[in-house]
Design a protein around this ligand. Sequence first.
Ligand SMILES: [Zn+2]
Ligand SMILES: [Zn+2]
Length: 243
Amino acid sequence: MNTYELDIHTHTIASGHGSHATITDMAKAAAAKGLRLLGISDHGPATAGGGKPSYFRGLPQTPKKRLGIEMLYGAEANIMDNNGTLDLDDSILKHLDYTIASLHPAVKPPGTKAENTKAYIAAVKNPYVQIIGHCDDSRYPVDYHALITAAMQYHAVFEINAASLRPDGYRGDTRQNNLTIVHLCKHYHYPFLLSSDSHGTAQIGDFSVITELLQLADISKELILNSDYSLLKKFLNSTFLLC
Ligand SMILES: [Zn+2]
Ligand SMILES: [Zn+2]
């Protein structure tokens, strides 16, 4: 049985690279791993081969339960500029269960620390953005103090991204950045999310590379939204009340 109940940063074939898995394949893998809830968050249209707006428009009509797993349907939207413009319109995002906003080099090359921070803060001001995607990326230096202040104000959370921390991670040395993030969340007693960022089924719900960091920072389970399905639901629902 998995220690955690959910994973909501995962990619299907609709993300266009590195995965041939359908939503049903993903649900099957999540069930096998003992998860209770799975979120699908394919790349927005600015990513080469990413989901088209029509794909995201169709998600709200997709079954909310598959193979006994509760399903959430979101997006990993691209932050396009320092004003936090996303590659999916609010008219689409408002019908999704959640949005992760991320910076990707192929879409928006890294700027200065001030520029990257501005871009992330502008994105979290969007009421449909609840999750700050892999801002541990060492190619995009960020002022984490400024960002957590904005995140708390605008009701978004950091994710600790397992794909960044895996030995084959391609975001540079992210360990120290992730430690900074979890220490800040602990300091403010502000929750965060663990994400597999699994492209396909293989890494769904696998947060093993994060365990050491959580132990080192002595993080209690109530700060981790994956610990309890109701914690995440409460967080997402209260976000929508703010919209
Ligand atoms: Zn990403
Ligand atoms: Zn991703």
